[in-house]
Design a binder for this molecule. Structure first.
Ligand SMILES: [Ca+2]
Ligand SMILES: [Ca+2]
Length: 459
């Protein structure tokens, strides 16, 4: 019965030679009582084909054999989303979609027995109608799927891989399975930054970003139940969509990280190692983990000079310059909480960036003990006040005070903290002694201060 109703329609094809899909039907091997499948576009890549119990999203035009359109997902502007092969569809579609690739276009022709049978469906599909569906498959997954990681490019050197709780900065291009682009961090010209494994991102991404190396590239394919589910999100991610993220890991760190110090060159001779308070002169090359250069003292032809422990550089650099010999070279990896933090430096260091410094200690000047800005190398003169009071008017003026201290320094009897403006130090010393702030130090003021200092030393 089915066969006899099928055949007359085949004749009808010859009457409509210009219709493109009908022309294709000429080349179809006819199995007159089954589903006919004509693939007229095959995608270049097909990693997977529709199997029984898969969930698919597709567009279709449904026509009768004479070309009458009875239904189209295109006109509704939304895909048809369904399980395949488990009776959710008319039998002809349940069969006809099997083996299909994402991006494939095929014409599925079915006899009425595999469509809507004797009674048809509503007013559009008459009884005993053979049906022709022109289908393009957009999406495919199985509810049992996990994420898949493909196209991995792992850098040669990878000493560490992300674990849950790490903070990752990465770039991504996001697309649907059919290639439709939906989002890119590159378009915003900044990385996406997040903790991984902590539920801040969709479950599939949380999982796909575990075990990555800095510099690694990978494609993470995420089924909807690990993505945006049946609802989708925004205007670009439809419900039940599989998501494909091409990611590039820029850097990552853990909030518990310390500065990583690798000695790359150690001089044979090293009399003394740097300590807090030392004035150090060093060269550096600064870059990001992806190799982007930030700055280099070599460009300026002069060293960077700081006092260690005086908060003149980021904490990670303070760490990296400690216990170092002159001539020594080090490779430092500084996590953002010991660098420029979440804010970074506008135009130079992105927020939350891990920094890489290659440093070389060129010179050091020993600092003073903590809390001191001036110390005596020799015994203090018992008659300090009158030595300072050059014009013997029983008052020490600023110029007398400054001249005296500078002379002690020049003669090697005393020492000022290195790395600071000596005149500012001396000004502070003077103010300290000038108790009533009248710009002169009297003998009484001087003695009071000396007694306090002595008492302090005893403690
Ligand atoms: Ca005087
Ligand atoms: Ca005074």
């Amino acid at each position: 019965v089915v066969k006899s109703q099928w055949l007359p329609h085949t004749e009808a094809l010859h009457l409509l030679p210009l219709s493109p899909y009908l022309r294709l039907l000429h080349f179809t091997s006819t199995s007159s009582d089954g589903v006919q499948i004509n693939t007229y576009h095959t995608p270049s890549v097909c990693s997977r084909k529709v199997e029984v119990s898969d969930y698919v999203r597709y567009h279709y035009n449904g026509t009768l054999l004479d070309g009458t359109l009875f239904d189209s997902s295109h006109t509704r502007m939304r895909t048809y989303d369904t399980y395949v092969g488990i009776g959710w569809l008319i039998a002809g579609m349940d069969q006809g979609l099997l083996g299909m690739c994402v991006g494939e276009r095929r014409i599925i022709t079915m006899p009425p027995s595999l469509g809507y049978g004797e009674n048809g469906d509503g007013s559009d599909i008459p009884g005993q109608a053979s049906l022709v569906f022109d289908v393009v498959l957009l999406d495919l997954h199985n509810p049992r799927d996990g994420i898949t990681v493909t196209n991995q490019v792992v850098p040669e050197s990878c000493t560490r891989k992300t674990v849950s709780g790490d903070y990752v900065r990465y770039h991504y291009n996001g697309s649907l399975l059919d290639g439709t682009f939906f989002d890119s961090s590159y378009s915003r010209n900044r990385t996406y930054d997040t903790y991984v494994g902590r539920g801040y991102v969709i479950a599939g991404m949380d999982e796909g970003l575990i075990g990555v190396c800095i510099g690694e590239r990978r494609t993470i394919t995420i089924p909807p139940h690990l993505g945006y589910g049946e609802e989708g999100t925004g205007t670009k991610i439809p419900g039940s969509a599989v998501l494909v993220f091409d990611v590039h890991i820029i850097d990552f760190h853990n909030p518990t990280d310390n500065t990583e110090i690798t000695v790359t060159f150690k001089p044979d001779e090293c009399d003394r190692q740097t300590k807090k308070g030392d004035f150090v002169k060093y060269h550096y090359n600064a870059s990001l983990m992806d190799g982007t250069s930030i700055d280099s003292t070599y460009n300026y032809g002069k060293t960077y000079n700081i006092v260690l422990g005086a908060n003149q550089v980021v904490p990670g650099m303070e760490d990296g310059l400690m216990d170092m010999c002159v001539g020594e070279r080090r490779h430092l990896v500084i996590p953002p909480h010991l660098g420029y933090g979440e804010r970074g430096v506008t135009g130079e260091v992105p927020g939350s960036a891990v920094l890489v410094f290659d440093i070389e200690l060129v010179e050091m000047e020993e600092g003073l003990p903590e809390g001191y800005m001036f110390i005596w190398n020799d015994e203090v003169s018992p008659d300090l006040f009158s030595e300072m009071d050059k014009n013997s008017d029983k008052e020490v003026e600023p110029s007398e005070f400054t001249d005296y201290i500078m002379r002690q320094v020049t003669e090697g009897k005393g020492r000022l903290a290195p790395g600071f403006d000596p005149y500012r130090i001396i000004d502070n010393m003077f103010s300290n002694q000038d108790r009533n702030g009248d710009g002169k130090i009297t003998e009484a003021e001087f003695k009071l201060k000396a007694d306090e200092a002595a008492a302090h030393d005893e403690l």
